[in-house]
Structures are given as C-alpha cells and as structure tokens.
Ligand binder design. Structure first.
Ligand code: UT7
Length: 338
C-alpha cells in the first residue's frame, strides 16, 4: 500500500529541554588540563558546556525536560515513556520507569533505548512503531545524558567536547499531511566499529570483580579521528536517503539540525550533502556534545532563536557509538518549546 497525505503517521506535538545549571567554560578546563580556549574552539566549535554536580543524575534532567515537553504539548499524561541514554542512573534498572513515575504518569510502559548519540532517533523510531501498531496514542521520548559522569578526568579530548543535558518530545498518532509528521526514520548500524566508542569495563565483557578492579577501565573511550570520518560520511548518506524519501531536493531543506558532535563534522555533512553551511543549525558552542539530548536541545534552540518556524522543512541526523546512525525529516509544527 502506498502512503498518501492522509496515511497514519507519527506527529511531533511537544518539545521541552533542561540543562543542569553549572557551566564549565573552556577557560575552566584549561586551568585543569593541558588545553586552551583556542584549541577547543578551533577544533570543535565549542565554547562551554553544562555539567551535573554531585547528586544530580540523568533522571533528574530527563524529568525536567519531560515535564516541559508535556506542557508544550498541552498534555497531563501519555501512554508510554522512552528514554534514550548511555548514562542511566544505574546499570540496572532502566531510567525510564523512574522518569515516568516521577512525572506522575502512573504505570505506563517505560523503557530505555541505548544507541549512544543516535539514541534520540532510535527512540523516536521506536515510538513511531508503537503508534503505528496502535499500542500507544501518545509517547514521551526523552534524550538525556550526563557524559561528565563517565569521562576520564584526565582525557582532555573527551572533556573538551561533551556536556550534559536533556531534551524531550511528545509524539502522537496523526496523519502524514500534518505539520510535525515524521517517519519513517532512517536507521543503521555497524557493530564492527564497536571498539571506536566504548566504556571498556563494567559490562559482561569485562565485569568489575574485586580481584581485577585495579586493571578495569570504567571510563568512556573514543577514537576521535576514525569516528570523525565515519560520522561525516554516514550522516550525509542518511540525510540524503531521508530527503529523497520525502521527495525533497537538497534545496528544499530549510534547516539541517545535525547531532552536535563537532562543528567541523556538521559542516562536513552540509558540504557532502551540498547544503550551504548557513543552513546548518549550531548550538554546540553553548552546550557541547550532549549525546542523546543533542537533537532535541538543538531543535529547541533553533525555534527559540527564530531559525525554525512553523512549516519549515527540517532534517535531523545523528551518529554515535555502536556504531549507529540515522536521520529523520519533518515540516516543523506550530509548537512552543517549554
Ligand atoms: O558524538 C558521537 C560521535 N563523536 C564524534 O563525532 C566526535 C568525533 N571526533 C572529534 O570531534 C575529534 O576527533 C576530537 C575533537 C575528539 C579530537 O580532534 P582531532 O582534531 O581529531 O584531534 P586528534 O585526536 O587527532 O588530536 C590531535 C592532537 C593530539 O596531539 P598530538 O598527539 O598531535 O601531539 C591530541 O593529543 O590534539 C591533541 N588534543 C588536544 N590538545 C589540546 C586532543 N584534545 C586536545 C585538547 N586540547 N582538548
């Protein structure tokens, strides 16, 4: 059956964000590590990032963003909660049930999705599947991460780029011709690159045991250069696939909201796709790479800065550990981020 304008489709209808109040500037980092504002800005485009303080966890950020997304959607409740995160409050249980409960959503189904920096797009696609199946009419999708809690304090490369934050959207069952309709979301993975982004210890491959605790490496590790090349290629590929699926030419794309990993990666994607760099929204200068939170945070910033207006054709794309990547496109709905 061919999809028509009246076909059922998932529709984005609410957006909320939250950043922990504590800010770490490049100057702050350079007092602690062998780095400089000049290196970080020129190699990444980042000027500062928000970082949780002791006692603040991923669920705290997710709850605040979720509450705001519900308000933005004008809803008190939803049928399901999905949290995309690589930094859950604890390895067990998932973070989503706690988020649902703290939002007062009762006993709705709630679970986490782990696709690292592509997590938000994977969660969005998962929500779309539940809406299509009729299992849910509304889903709260949260991207929340606190990478500062898994970074090696001595890793100047990772500490320069990552920041903490949360962004959430509400999606509902609707029609393909409505503003906010998205999907199908383009998703892909390549597990042969799983070593490029990882936390080596603490999982079943290298569990913590008292006897080996000294050798364990519990910190996030990334082979930045290899990831960089793959990220540009894969995000550009996914973006073109999604644009084509929507019947958009590159010229039709009003705004590219790419995962905010590094400004050079984002510009590389724009160049590969053939889009002027000016149509690439940049938020990472103020928040860094917030992993699963990056796309909803950047979307909200684009709306607040007047760059994303109702009806605009927006394309989002992400790349992350796994390796995983993907893209989604939509005409922006008339919503106010909260
Ligand atoms: O979000 C999911 C996916 N993640 C990404 O997409 C991130 C992709 N990778 C990157 O953004 C970049 O690779 C980084 C920003 C992580 C690193 O930038 P780079 O230009 O690839 O630098 P590099 O790792 O090749 O390092 C070049 C030099 C090295 O020094 P030597 O060995 O040439 O002496 C690093 O030690 O830059 C050094 N370096 C730094 N110097 C000052 C690395 N980090 C820093 C720093 N300050 N913060």
């Amino acid at each position: 059956m061919t999809a028509t304008a009246h076909s059922p489709a998932p529709v984005l209808c609410g957006l909320g964000t939250w950043l922990p109040p504590h800010v770490v500037t490049n100057e702050d980092l350079s007092r602690e590590l062998d780095t400089s504002d000049e290196w970080i800005r020129s190699r990444t485009g980042i000027g500062r990032r928000h970082v949780v303080q002791p006692g603040e966890a991923t669920s705290d950020l997710a709850v605040e963003a979720g509450r705001r997304a519900l308000k933005s959607a004008g809803l008190d409740t939803v049928d399901m909660v999905i949290v995309a995160t690589t930094t859950p409050d604890r390895q067990c249980p998932a973070t989503a049930p706690l988020v649902a409960s703290r939002l007062g959503l009762g006993t709705v189904p709630a679970f986490d999705v782990g696709a690292v920096c592509t997590g938000f797009l994977y969660a969005l696609a998962t929500a779309a599947g539940f809406l299509a199946a009729g299992t849910a009419r509304t889903v709260l999708v949260v991207g929340a991460d606190t990478y500062s809690t898994i970074l090696d304090p001595a890793d100047r490369s990772a500490r320069a780029i990552f920041g903490d934050g949360a962004g959430a959207v509400v999606v509902r069952a609707g029609r393909a011709d409505e503003p906010g309709a998205f999907g199908p979301v383009e998703l892909a993975s390549d597990g042969s690159g799983c070593d490029l982004i990882m936390v080596p210890s603490g999982g079943s491959r290298d569990p913590f045991r008292a006897a080996t605790a000294q050798q364990a490496d519990p910190f996030f590790r990334m082979q930045g250069k290899k990831v960089f090349r793959s990220a540009v290629e894969r995000m550009a590929q996914s973006s073109l696939t999604v644009a084509e699926r929507f019947g958009w030419s590159v010229d039709d794309i009003d705004l590219l909201v790419a995962h905010q990993a590094n400004i050079r990666i984002m510009h590389g994607v724009a160049d590969s796709v053939g889009l002027p760099r000016s149509r690439c929204h940049v938020h990472l200068d103020r928040v860094g790479n917030t992993a699963a939170a990056s796309i909803p945070l950047a979307l909200a910033d684009a709306v607040e800065s007047g760059r994303l207006t109702p009806g605009a054709r927006v394309l989002t794309t992400a790349f992350g550990g796994g390796l995983t990547w993907g893209a989604a496109a939509l005409r922006w709905p008339d919503i106010s981020p909260a």
